[in-house]
Ligand binder design. Structure first.
Ligand SMILES: Nc1ncnc2c1ncn2[C@@H]1O[C@H](COP(=O)(O)OP(=O)(O)OP(=O)(O)O)[C@@H](O)[C@H]1O
Ligand SMILES: [Mg+2]
Length: 217
């Protein structure tokens, strides 16, 4: 049996020592699994995802991704090339003047040649239903459009694993249906945070919950 892609062991985290957010998380993402994650507002879902890609570091416990324990920034750099992370707030993800530049940023940063990147950008925008948006000004897009551009940027990196923080929040029915179909058509392992149980039923193989600082069935 292959090693799990992501393993967290006894992971604890607090932004502020008085109020721990995660209190001994044990978690595994096995090959072929797509895990839906729910939990109350403020329960620590976004925090959990950020710990996996090293945007935050645990105060205790181990984080292993793609077969290796990851502790310091240097060890997380390859993780961020191979694990696609969709921020909950698209404004945290998008920072280029145009849509094309934003979607191209990740794949260019991976060292892919410009001709290939152009194709990846066109494909990714088509997948999220934003054909022809290449030259639009990112900061002037609507909230839903921004979320779709951010998702296109993640998909354009052709990541091996997807961590998606509320990918369909605020999207209209057609966009939700398109994203649901896209995710179902991908073979990637995923962790999908959402409050929408119907969406998780359609996209995830299992749903887990964050409760009392732990990931539970
Ligand atoms: N940068 C920060 N500094 C201090 N506290 C923070 C910070 N970010 C988050 N928190 C707190 O940590 C807790 C967990 O936040 P987190 O964003 O992980 O929750 P969540 O489960 O993703 O919630 P939501 O469903 O609202 O997105 C919350 O109480 C939040 O107020
Ligand atoms: Mg959150």
């Amino acid at each position: 049996m292959d090693a799990p892609l992501i393993v967290l062991e006894d992971v604890c985290f607090a932004y502020d020592a008085e109020r721990p957010v995660l209190r001994g998380v044990d978690f595994r993402l096995e090959r072929g699994r797509r895990i839906g994650l729910t939990g109350a507002n403020g329960s620590g879902k976004s925090t959990f995802l950020k710990l996996i890609v090293g945007l935050l570091r645990p105060t205790r416990g181990r984080v292993c991704v793609l077969g290796e324990e990851r502790r310091v920034e240097r060890e997380f750099l390859p993780v961020r090339q191979r694990v696609g992370f969709l921020f909950q707030d698209p404004d945290d993800q998008l920072f280029c003047p145009t849509v094309e530049e934003d979607v191209a940023f990740g794949p260019l940063n991976q060292g892919r040649p410009p001709a290939e990147v152009r194709e990846l950008v066109t494909d990714a925008l088509a997948v999220v239903g934003l054909e022809g948006f290449e030259h639009r000004i990112t900061y002037r897009l609507s909230g839903g459009e921004k979320r779709l551009v951010a998702l296109a940027g993640v998909l354009a990196m052709r990541p091996e694993i997807l961590l998606l923080d509320e990918p369909v929040a605020g999207l209209d029915e057609a966009a939700q249906a398109r994203i649901t179909a896209t995710l179902c058509g991908l073979r990637h392992e995923m962790i999908i945070v959402s409050h929408d149980q119907q969406f998780l039923d359609a996209t995830a193989t299992t749903t887990l919950h964050i409760r009392d600082g732990r990931v539970q069935a």
